[in-house]
Write a protein that binds this ligand. Structure first.
Ligand code: NAP
Length: 284
């Protein structure tokens, strides 16, 4: 079997230039242009390229994206004050703080200070709680992007077995909840899981967010499963995921590539969240 390659790049481009662009046009008729602010502390190369992609995608959908840069040695208070100003600025609809932050700044404190209505990363406890309760909310971007991608490929999760590898707050846990909401039976695995192979054996969909390069190989993928590879690693100048693409693509029915899979969908979901925040502001 040779798998269909699920191009997140193409799916994202399509969503950005059709649905999202037309929603932005509609908001502009009410004199609202959705605006996203990205707070970037320090000079991490990975963060900088991710931020550049956000700006590019924002342009495609027609929203404003502004990067506010701070030195590595900026104080926690300075960041918290900036967030307070953004919270009360009516022209800004969404804010994200690019992680990781320098050690002297508390991520929890920073996230707790973001107005949940502007929390377009979906990381605040309020929005995470609403997701858990199944209420309408701003859903964190990578899990949301994965669901958009599955939907675009008409993958119906109802009654299916989904195995998720990884239980982080930003990927594994929320994507498990979203899959359950679509009536999937979800198996969550982590570093203490015993006999991972048996947890993969009857999976219809495998979502890998372990943060270990080429961790899952083709022999562990059930014939015909859909494989979503969230990982991204730069190994000697070459990008790869948490899945060994070459062997897995021989067993899967569909698989996401790295790069060009989950990454662009994450940014697409961020742009949609900013538009949702602006739509809510408009109808408030
Ligand atoms: P993370 O916070 O490091 O979490 C990794 C998870 O994988 C943990 O739950 C860990 O288990 C589990 N794990 C680690 N080794 C394992 C093993 N040997 N067997 C089973 N489970 C294992 O990672 P993350 O933030 O979720 O990110 C995961 C990957 O996705 C990273 O490569 C990251 O760069 C990438 N990522 C990509 C995007 C994108 O947009 N493309 C977005 C976010 C993240 P324990 O909980 O037991 O430690």
């Amino acid at each position: 079997m040779s798998a269909e390659i699920i191009s997140g790049k193409e799916v994202a481009e399509n969503i950005l230039t059709t649905d999202l662009k037309s929603r932005v046009e509609k908001l502009k008729q009410s004199n609202i242009i959705p605006k996203l602010v990205v707070i970037l502390v320090g000079e991490m190369k990975a963060s900088a390229s991710y931020v550049a992609q956000k700006e590019k995608f924002a342009g495609k959908a027609g929203i404003i994206s502004e990067v506010q840069r701070f030195d590595d040695n900026v104080s926690e208070d300075e960041i918290l004050n900036r967030i307070s100003e953004i919270n009360s600025d009516k022209s800004i609809h969404g804010v994200i703080v690019q992680l990781p932050l320098p050690k002297h700044i508390s991520v929890a404190k920073v996230l707790n200070n973001i107005n949940p209505d502007k929390d377009v990363d979906g990381f605040t406890p309020f929005n995470v709680g609403k997701l858990f309760l199944g209420e309408d909310t701003l859903v964190s971007c990578t899990p949301k992007g994965i669901m958009l991608m599955l939907e675009s490929k008409n993958v119906d999760l109802s009654g299916k077995n989904v195995t998720v590898i990884g239980r982080s707050n930003i990927v594994g846990k929320p994507v498990s909840i979203l899959c359950q909401q679509q009536n999937a039976t979800v198996t969550m695995c982590h570093s203490k899981t015993k006999d991972l192979d048996s947890k993969l054996a009857d999976a219809d969909v495998v979502i890998v967010a372990a943060g270990v390069p080429r961790f899952i190989s083709g022999s562990q993928i059930p014939e015909g499963a859909v494989v979503i590879d969230v990982g991204i690693h730069n190994i000697e100048g070459k990008l790869c995921g948490d899945v060994d693409f070459e062997s897995a693509s021989k067993r899967a029915s569909a698989i996401t590539p790295v790069p060009g899979g989950v990454g662009p969908m994450t940014v697409c979901a961020l742009i949609e969240n900013t538009i949702i925040a602006a739509e809510r502001f408009n109808s408030a």
